[in-house]
Design a protein around this ligand. Sequence first.
Ligand code: PHE
Length: 326
Amino acid sequence: METLLKEIAQRTQEAKLTTKADCENFKRDVLGKNGLIQTAMDAFRDLPGSEKPKWGSELNRLKTEANTLYQTALDNLDSEVKLPWTDITLPSIPLPKGSLHPLTQVESDLTALFNRIGFRVATGPEIEDDWHNFTALNFPENHPARDMQDTFFMKGNPDRLLRTHTSGVQIRTMLSQQPPIRVVAPGRVYRCDNDATHSPVFHQIEGLVIDKDVSFADMKEVLYYFVDQFFGKEFEVRFRPSFFPFTEPSAEMDIGRRKANGEIAWMEILGCGMVDPAVLENCNIDPEEYSGYAFGIGIDRLAMLRYQIPDIRLLYENDVRFSGQF
Ligand code: PHE
């Protein structure tokens, strides 16, 4: 018995199980059904009862040791054999590169352009109240924009609505800042409209300047600069008299390019005007001391012009085949 156990201990200690064949040989010689451990078990069974305790625990310990050695070697070999099948040097599956949505590009170009001439960015909520969106801006009670047909009002609270323009930010800015004020407010606006040139959600960038001795000519200078920078010098600009409750006088501005036959094709891109004294008063600004101008540019319209997009709804369908082109 003693010699047998010594041999098992020695074989286990000296075993170098570096290949599959090493493992198989070890299994056959030591662990197998004709192996050393089984032989020792048989011999153990034939021992007189008084001798059993002496050898039993040692035999068990050797058996566990040999089994662990064999199993560990086998596991290591298994994981090694799998390695060649994972080629970690292969290039990975390419992820599509993202790009900025055309509206985002135009909006950030515009903000950067106005930043260069001293305009800071102002913001306001998209869910606005009646006072900021209409009343403070001098809209009379019966103005059509206040109709359910034109505006998304909140069901539970008719005082809340999805803002129909960014002009409410004029009010919020005048109430929270002292003149001189020089801000642009880009953002989403909403109206009950839906066709190739109108989407129920669209974008505007509002401009507001309040200071002493501000004139219509100051406003034209800034708007000419905007057209030069955004479209290029070859574009013509014209102002047409218009009406907005919150500006007086008011105008709409068109841009156009001369065609080969000498004619100009005009396109309206913004509304503007001198801030109405009533609006200044609503914001606690003295119209005797201060004056100012405001303008509202349609961002979607500019994106459609710049990228020759024929239908505004394409901007909102989230089809990457479309938006990946810009
Ligand atoms: N808020 C106006 C609109 O949405 C545009 C505008 C802004 C006009 C500022 C004048 C001054 O049509």
